[in-house]
Write a protein that binds this ligand. Structure first.
Ligand code: NAP
Length: 583
């Protein structure tokens, strides 16, 4: 690796020294680190700030017991380096948080990324300067830094949501959100604990805390479809097969998927990226008795394979969805001893209306003597007191409250930091009017030289994140090669993307039938309703984004300020294509 961390000093109007970089990346999670890697490989000086005490993003913060992937490990890792894929052994089929955090740290060390990352550093604001074409970032310490390009790699779950219960601040016990789990594990022994929320996180944490605590009270609003993860250590034979053939097959599959960018139709660009695992038939072409047999057979498969291997219209077709939902409800009934309790846990929203949680012993936890369920639709939470949680039927005294209540997803983190673009307009002001208005999910008019490098496609597997980061880095290289110092998408391009974004959202089951849909932002009081992620697969996003690049970045306007430092760059080896290992 060539040393490219050449930090320049510049001085502000008052003559104070300010560090100057070619690019600043906010967030040292899975996308931020890869963005740093791409930009450094392109020859840029880059600094990454993260408020956490360690790298890893969500895998640093979410250290609650039971935290694990909800997608298969072999599909999660970075794909840009074959060497990395060969060196890393996944311990479990659905990697658990400690191993995933170790993985991200392993990657940072292998590719020497750590020296670009400044931890324990919260970015409090960022302002675009038209004269000289640069961003100035303010840090909590009062220090500032400048860069020609700014990348927000805040992640889709950067801003935790805690219901604003009256009296919460008066609670005398310990209370925290799962996404800010204490560094030192709380001692649950003999304690009365409340968990609020039964989404993906709640279903993972509840069975583990139930084993550790004196009594657990679970506050449920919308029951979900918990699917058994069947998590287990990876069989060495399977690990060998992943390294010998699967990684290469996936790489090829993802790269060669050539979906129609309009319709997204490509039998190869499925959620799982393993076409051989899918049943490409329309479920209606199969007689009902046979469908039920197939559901049962698929149920024997591990974790997500229980449903992703079934018909491609299983979720989108209302009739098939209802049939499969009833099948899963039958499985849940069989796991809960008390039939009345089982009915309270029974999901009624369409299957897949929320992201499907993978669990290990969630339903069995309710068979324990020390676990109680409170249905907050029947008995709503009224307030929190010094000693517990008051619902319409009385107080539940507890020592610890765990909020597994989710996030202001996708846009929350970006609206929490004042990003001030052209004429001081903040992203918050813009998105309050036009929620998540972007071009390609990655750039936004009035915010020049700014990238939103968070997962944008419905498919959030790491390869999609890699493409987003590569695409952004390639655009910067394109500009530098041409002496350009400013880029901004046009409003027309952004509006056209917005129409496409909304159009594809109507074609999928975008949280339909879910009163508090996370996909549509309905889980956050006051958040405008819109599909908050791109309802297409990664390959479709990629096809559209590269069509823009091939037409000379159609939809962007460029400019050059002679006073702006141009800096050099070098073409990036097409990272994932050649899978270079430069560490
Ligand atoms: P979530 O899916 O939004 O679930 C939040 C839960 O809190 C829901 O059950 C919600 O009920 C409940 N809730 C919210 N406000 C409430 C209130 N005022 N009163 C009572 N209940 C309330 O959040 P999450 O489980 O943290 O998951 C967030 C994202 O992270 C998801 O996309 C998930 O897939 C992902 N995740 C991934 C992994 C992984 O391993 N890769 C692991 C965990 C999570 P309602 O349903 O009624 O809104």
């Amino acid at each position: 690796v060539t040393e490219t961390l050449t930090v320049a000093q510049t001085s502000d109007e008052a003559g104070d020294a300010v560090e100057r970089f070619d690019a600043i990346v906010i967030g040292a999670g899975v996308s931020g680190l890869y963005q740093v890697y791409c930009l450094r490989e392109a020859g840029l000086s880059v600094r990454c700030f993260d408020e956490a005490g360690g790298i890893g993003g969500v895998w640093y913060w979410n250290r609650y017991p039971g935290c694990a992937f909800d997608g298969p490990s072999e599909l999660y890792g970075y794909t840009f380096s074959k060497e990395l894929q060969q060196e890393w052994d996944w311990k479990d089929y659905y990697s658990r948080q400690p191993d995933t955090e170790e993985y991200v740290n392993f990657v940072a060390d292998k590719f020497d990324l750590r020296r670009h990352v400044q931890l324990n550093t919260r970015v409090t604001a960022a302002t675009w300067h038209e004269e000289g074409h640069y961003w100035e970032v303010e840090l909590e310490s009062g220090e500032r830094a400048r860069a020609s390009f700014l990348v927000g790699a805040l992640g889709a779950v950067a801003l935790a949501f805690t219901p604003p219960y009256p009296g919460a601040e008066s609670f005398k016990g310990q209370q925290f959100h799962t996404g800010r789990w204490p560094r030192e594990d709380p001692d649950f022994t003999g304690k009365r604990v409340a968990v609020i929320g039964t989404g993906s996180t709640g279903m993972q944490v509840i069975p583990e805390v139930a084993k550790l605590c004196g009594h657990l009270t679970v506050f449920q609003r919308t029951p979900g479809y918990g699917i058994p993860a069947d998590n287990a250590p990876v069989d060495p034979e399977v690990q060998r097969e992943w390294k010998e053939s699967l990684y290469e097959a996936i790489r090829k599959e993802w790269r060669e998927a050539s979906p129609d960018p309009e319709t997204g139709n490509d039998p190869r660009s499925g959620h799982d990226a393993r076409p051989q695992m899918r049943d490409h038939r329309d479920g209606h072409d199969v007689p009902k008795e046979e469908r039920l047999v197939l559901y049962e057979e698929a149920w024997q498969r591990r974790g997500t394979a229980k449903f992703v291997t079934l018909f491609s219209n299983l979720i989108s077709d209302r009739e098939l969805n209802a049939e499969y939902a009833e099948f899963v409800r039958g499985k849940i009934r069989g796991r809960v001893d008390d039939p009345a309790l089982a009915e309270k846990l029974m999901p009624t929203i369409p299957f897949g209306a929320k992201r499907v949680p993978l669990e290990e012993g969630y339903y069995e936890a309710f068979n324990r003597d020390n676990v109680t369920l409170v249905d907050v639709r029947e008995t709503p939470v009224e307030r929190v007191t010094e000693t517990g949680i008051v619902t319409s039927e009385g107080e539940h005294e507890v020592d610890i409250i765990i909020y597994a209540t989710g996030y202001d997803t996708v846009t929350g983190g970006y609206m929490d930091i004042p990003f001030r673009g052209v004429d001081g307009l903040t992203l918050k002001e813009k998105w309050q009017e036009q929620p998540f208005s972007t071009f390609l999910g990655l750039t936004s008019a009035s915010f020049p030289n700014f990238f939103i490098c968070s997962p944008v496609a419905v498919c959030i597997h790491t390869p999609c994140v890699e493409w987003i980061c590569e695409w952004a880095a390639e655009l910067i290289v394109y500009m530098r090669e041409r002496g350009l110092t400013r880029m901004e998408p046009t409003q027309e391009a952004e509006d056209a993307w917005g129409r496409h974004h909304d159009d594809v959202a109507t074609r999928v089951n975008s949280g339909e039938g879910d009163e508090y849909s996370i996909f549509l932002g309905k889980n956050i009081p006051g958040k405008k309703t819109r599909r908050y992620s791109y309802a297409q697969t990664g390959p479709v996003w990629r096809a559209r984004a590269y069509a823009v690049a091939e037409k000379g970045y159609e939809g962007f306007v460029f400019d050059a300020d002679p006073s702006a430092p141009l800096g050099s760059s070098k073409p990036i080896p097409i990272l994932s294509e050649t899978a270079t290992d430069s560490g």
